[in-house]
Write a protein that binds this ligand. Structure first.
Ligand SMILES: [Zn+2]
Length: 287
């Protein structure tokens, strides 16, 4: 009874939290040496571009892969602080380092006190299964395609109402829970889900414990999308998918309370805000 009250409360409180933090971000252009960067220099932000002058690029010491035409993508984590060093190595052998300031942003934080203590640890028999599934997800995430599907103009993977946003977090009885890294698109079970950009399927699972029907698409050079809670998974690992191609449908599989698509994006281990890949990063409903 207490749990259902809590869930009802959290569900009902979402639209208000969403409206309160509806933010409009504008892509920025920064001229660094001989190149221009365009993107979102904020927490969870992403920068996508191309320069024929570059031979190599590193961000805080980590390689930023370059495509055949100098295509690149990199992003920033939810809690990135201060600045990062971007090093540019040119084809003529010159190199230079630039400091990139990462602007902070505010997230929906819900503090709820006075809840009865709740056991959230899964039953022991489920733990082995979760461990196995996490290993599979980890393996898929470590893959890195050398294609450039990330560099096109992205589309929404589904139509619906945005019911959850990147970065939000609940603090229950003073205990911070894991932040939410996806954008949730709520719609009825069976609503089509399409690839928001092309790529290669790295993981296609019908029934993972937490995320239910789950697909990971590798868009190249460290950028991947993950789709959770799907009712149907209509692709297979290693399959190439094109932008707009149907990959499955919205569902309520895994540990969820209602039908929605949770779309997450990561650049290597960094989780970025999927909405920054869309042509206009307005935190609002897709349709
Ligand atoms: Zn979600």
């Amino acid at each position: 009874m207490r749990l259902s009250v809590l869930l009802a409360f959290l569900f009902l409180s979402l639209p208000a939290a969403e409206a309160q933090h509806a933010q409009h971000f504008t892509a920025q252009t920064k001229k660094l040496g001989a190149i221009k960067l365009n993107g979102y220099f904020v927490q969870g932000g992403v920068v996508v571009g191309r320069s024929g002058k570059l031979k190599a690029m590193t961000l805080d010491g980590r390689e930023v892969p370059l495509g055949p035409k100098g295509e690149y993508v990199f992003g920033f984590s939810r809690d990135e602080k201060g600045s990062q060093v971007l090093t540019l190595v040119y084809k003529d052998g010159k190199f230079e380092s630039h400091s990139l300031e990462i602007a902070p942003r505010s997230y929906d934080i819900q503090r709820i006190e006075g809840l009865p203590p709740k056991q959230v640890t899964p039953p022991p028999e489920v733990l082995a299964r979760i461990k196995r599934e996490n290993a599979k997800i980890g393996k898929a995430r470590r893959q890195r395609g050398d294609w450039q599907d990330f560099a096109g103009i992205w589309i929404w993977p589904a139509h619906g109402r945005i019911s959850g946003v990147y970065g939000s977090q609940r603090i229950l009885n003073g205990q911070p829970r894991r932040p939410h890294f996806g954008v949730d698109i709520a719609n009825s079970t069976g609503t089509p889900v399409v690839a928001p950009a092309g790529g290669v399927v790295r993981l296609a699972e019908e029934d993972l414990y937490y995320s239910g029907g789950t697909i990971i698409i590798d868009h190249g050079q460290g950028l991947q999308s993950t789709f959770l809670h799907m009712a149907s998974v209509e692709v297979a690992p290693n399959q190439r998918v094109e932008q707009g191609e149907r990959i499955g449908s919205i569902g309520a599989t895994g540990r969820v309370t209602g039908a929605h698509l949770d779309w997450r994006v990561n650049w290597f281990a960094r989780r970025i805000d999927a909405q920054f890949l869309l042509p206009r990063a307005i935190i609002a409903s897709p349709q």
